[in-house]
Write a protein that binds this ligand. Sequence first.
Ligand code: OOG
Ligand code: MG
Length: 262
Amino acid sequence: MALASSVIEQLAGHLDAAELEAREVVKITDAYPDMDWDDAYAIQDAIRRRKEARGCKIAGLKMGLTSRGKWDQMGVREPVYGFLTDQAAVPNGGAVDMSALIHPKVEAEVAFVLKAPLEGGDCSIDQVLEATDVVMPALEVIDSRYLNFKFDIKSVIADNTSAARYMVGGAPRSPKGLDLRNLGIVLAKNGEVVATVAASEVLGHPAESVATLVRMLARRGQGLSAGTLVLTGGATAAVAVGRGDTVEVRCQDLGTAFLRFV
Ligand code: OOG
Ligand code: MG
């Protein structure tokens, strides 16, 4: 850790306020270029504690920057993780209030729900599939608190990996008997197809994203408990949205789900 705990708390308060007030701020590494990965996750943890103190419940975890589409779009090529809260959840077909957001973009993702705990620095795809209850389509609304949606890896980790809203829906089912690697995913905006990919875009297999999360958590002495929801990361580049837009994810074998922006 390079930062004092008072600075960690101050930066968490700064980013938390930017989110609450829907206002952009300069990325924090501009003022603290020497902060390290541990500092970045410590700031994210401090934001998590602030939200919990306001009554938010942790509803799951998210992986980010797990596909070529995202890497090319953001210029950051390393998977990161963040947390999801109950208050950020939107039901399938639900409305997202644009006035609470800065410059939102939407990602098509595959979500996992676990039926058994997962931990350990050698977690594999097979272990993830064995521990998975259901998989389903998801849309994540990301909304970086940073100016012009530009950041580096440490700044984005501290900013809870741009998490803003999310929706899981479609027709959840067990991964048993599904060819998850080759699963087709279509992202559509206002009825027009924006991107079509296979789920293998996500680290070669979306379960590898969950396995990577488990291995990253193991380095911090943590794991995933049964029942945890995990978003595996945008399978394509994210699409910018504005008031009046509708975004839909269509997932082979797993149904469709959409969000409206008002
Ligand atoms: C960081 C969060 C990325 C994903 O699914 O890749 C993310 C960002 O691009 O703002 O959630
Ligand atoms: Mg995402």
